[in-house]
Design a protein around this ligand. Structure first.
Ligand code: ADP
Ligand code: MG
Ligand code: MG
Length: 200
């Protein structure tokens, strides 16, 4: 029959890992213009930590709360950068919310709230939040993954016009140098949602 196939959680993870591997150079290049040039390396190190756990059967992909908690731990131990700390917080808080309420869109929203509480950035500060928040809001409206990916892409693209950064290292870069440069964390988020949407 032609019902859509469930690609399976580990296949989705593999796809995201592959996307982040392939994005390393471009994300580093964006970060070289707005920060310290290692955002692609951070994302790849996070992806590789998940890849290693998957191949060693150390990540439970059968139960989403356990998987998110496991990813949160892996990223905290093995992923570098501010983005590693913040994404670890996101997955850990999302896991706790999934345990309590069981809804993915709500859990992601709870995760993003914690990232804001710990990281101190708001929407419009030129960070990954500018892609994450619109994507999660799209999911909360009941829209498709393709629509959420488009929202993430639009949010990431808009960071190129945000020349006054208020959080992260790009807060120290002159405004003129940021013009036209997409925030690497937001770009990574958009690519991850786009990758998920092609499989979803
Ligand atoms: P570092 O600045 O430690 O080198 P990375 O290069 O790994 O960190 O990640 C940089 C990305 O992290 C930025 O592009 C931005 O999207 C995100 N980021 C930085 N600070 C914050 C923050 N306070 N809140 C949310 N995201 C942030
Ligand atoms: Mg960096
Ligand atoms: Mg760094």
């Amino acid at each position: 029959d032609d019902a859509p196939q469930d690609p399976g959680t580990s296949a989705l993870l593999e796809r995201v890992i592959e996307t982040l591997r392939q994005s390393r150079q471009e994300l580093d290049a964006l970060d070289a213009k707005s920060g310290d040039g290692d955002a692609g390396a951070s994302m790849e190190s996070g992806a590789e930590s998940i890849a290693r756990a998957l191949s060693a059967n150390r990540l439970n992909t059968e139960a989403l709360p356990l998987m998110f908690a496991g990813i949160g731990q892996l990223l905290s131990r093995e992923m570098g950068g501010s983005s590693g700390v913040l994404l670890s917080i996101l997955f850990t808080a999302a896991a706790a919310s999934l345990d309590r309420r069981g809804k993915l869109d709500e859990a992601l929203a709870a995760g993003v709230e914690k990232v804001q509480a710990y990281g101190g950035a708001k929407p419009g500060d030129r960070t990954m939040l500018d892609a994450l928040i619109p994507a999660i809001e799209s999911l909360q409206r009941g829209e498709s993954l393709a629509q959420a990916a488009q929202a993430a892409r639009d949010g990431a693209q808009a960071t190129a016009q945000l020349v006054r950064a208020n959080a992260g290292r790009s807060a120290y870069v002159p405004e003129s140098a940021l013009k036209g440069v997409v925030d690497p964390g937001a770009e990574a988020v958009a690519r991850v949602f786009e990758a998920l949407a092609t499989m979803g």
